[in-house]
Design a protein around this ligand. Structure first.
Ligand code: PMP
Ligand code: GLN
Length: 383
């Protein structure tokens, strides 16, 4: 392994899912749903294969998908993207994020991001030789928040880019307008590029709303907005994501993307276009469903004595392992597999400041009621 990737290990998701398979534990670790997306979207993928859409798509993706992405962003958020040059379809949001970081950062450039962070960001920063400057999210009353002064202090003359994930994995935080306004003001003041990871944009609860950073004044021209069909249509294995933004930022990211995968997943592009055009009603129902599953899992965890943290969006709910007698989430997760037969994710792996992250353990609630109830029953017997 090159020195660049020396610190990159096996992802925690692979590790914990393998452990669940080996031990027969209930897997509330890796975030993927256990039911399929809208039947019409599944049928559209099959129809696309039958109709011969089986060769490379254009580098930027199938035109009907780019058009559907443009129309959806326009209708939901009032964002204007030209499908010809301002939208690029990728192999999941993962490739869009990697392309952006590799294409936009010089070695030594600094990237400000919120901690805990999604793990692929770190590997991408390492590939680019960029330096991370985390700003910690902490529970603040009923929500997770950050200290504006810490954010200001994390920005230096070397900062190139701010990477924002909202709704946020693993805290479940949805950034508020006020928080986004502060972030936008700092991006403008310091002339930063923003890259936003909005893969959970549709999975927001309790009547809260998603506000893309790029919609704030002065941000459209400096923001690359990234999302994905994986969570929206319960199709995480399809790996269809996209990046939208000003032509210069998309062009830069395209340079990396064309030599990462070039392009792929043609029939899935066609199917996701159908999803965005015809099945957003299905997505609203999914969202309502997930909210009730969040509540079900939270109630079950609390009945076992776990302290849970607020969750406003995503697939994830965190607990404080100390409330169940463990100072270290990794120890807790190993105990959980061995004693209860349940897999969760120790969220400290998403922290630079491991000491602060030790208490957090993430549970995925994007599972059927039967699976959640089984996990809760197992926890109840063990705690
Ligand atoms: N960003 C976040 C915050 C995620 O949780 C995930 C995992 N699904 C991704 C990006 C990756 O998205 P995709 O599967 O579309 O590559
Ligand atoms: N996004 C998923 C999660 O946070 C995992 C995706 C992956 O396994 N790479 O659980």
């Amino acid at each position: 392994t090159s020195s660049k990737l020396r610190d990159v290990g096996t992802t925690i998701f692979t590790e914990m899912t393998a452990l669940a398979r080996k031990t027969g534990a209930v897997n509330l670790g890796q975030g993927f749903p256990d039911s399929d997306g809208p039947p019409k979207v599944l049928a559209a993928a099959q129809a696309a294969i039958a109709s011969g859409l089986n060769q490379y798509p254009p580098l930027d993706g199938l035109p009907e998908l780019k058009q559907a992405i443009a129309s959806t962003r326009q209708a939901r958020y009032g964002q204007e993207f030209d499908p010809d040059g301002q939208i690029m379809v990728t192999a999941g949001a993962t490739e869009a994020i990697a392309s952006a970081i590799i294409a936009l950062c010089e070695p030594g450039d600094e990237v400000v991001l919120f901690e805990p962070y999604y793990d692929s960001y770190l590997a991408n920063l390492a590939m680019a030789g960029a330096v991370r400057r985390p700003v910690q999210l902490r529970p603040d009353g009923e929500r997770f928040g950050f200290d504006p002064d810490e954010l200001r202090a994390a920005i230096t003359p070397r900062t190139k880019l701010l990477l924002l994930n909202s709704p946020h994995n693993p805290t479940g935080k949805v950034f508020t307008r006020q928080e986004l306004e502060l972030i936008a003001a700092l991006c403008i003041e310091h002339d930063l590029i923003a890259v936003t990871d909005e893969v959970y944009e549709y999975l927001i609860y309790d009547g809260l709303a998603h506000l893309p950073l790029a919609t704030l004044p002065g941000m459209a021209e400096r923001t690359l907005t990234i999302s994905s069909a994986g969570k929206t249509f319960s199709a995480t294995g399809w790996k269809v994501g996209w990046a939208c933004g000003p032509a210069n930022l998309v062009a830069a990211a395209r340079k990396a993307k064309q030599f990462l995968t070039f392009a792929g997943g043609t029939p899935f592009h066609a199917a996701v276009a159908v999803g965005l055009t015809e099945e957003l009603g299905w997505v609203s129902a999914l969202c309502a469903d997930l909210q009730s599953r969040r509540d079900r899992l939270r109630a079950g965890l609390e009945a076992c004595g776990a302290k849970t943290y607020p969750c406003e969006g995503t697939y994830f709910l965190q607990i404080d392992a100390r409330s169940l007698g463990f100072d270290d989430g990794i120890e807790f997760c190993h105990h959980l597999v061995a004693k209860a037969g349940v897999v969760a994710i120790p969220a400290q792996v998403f922290f630079d400041d491991v000491e602060s992250g030790k208490r957090y353990v993430r549970f995925a609630f994007c599972k059927s009621d039967v699976v959640l109830d089984e996990a809760i029953a197992r926890l109840e017997r063990s705690f």
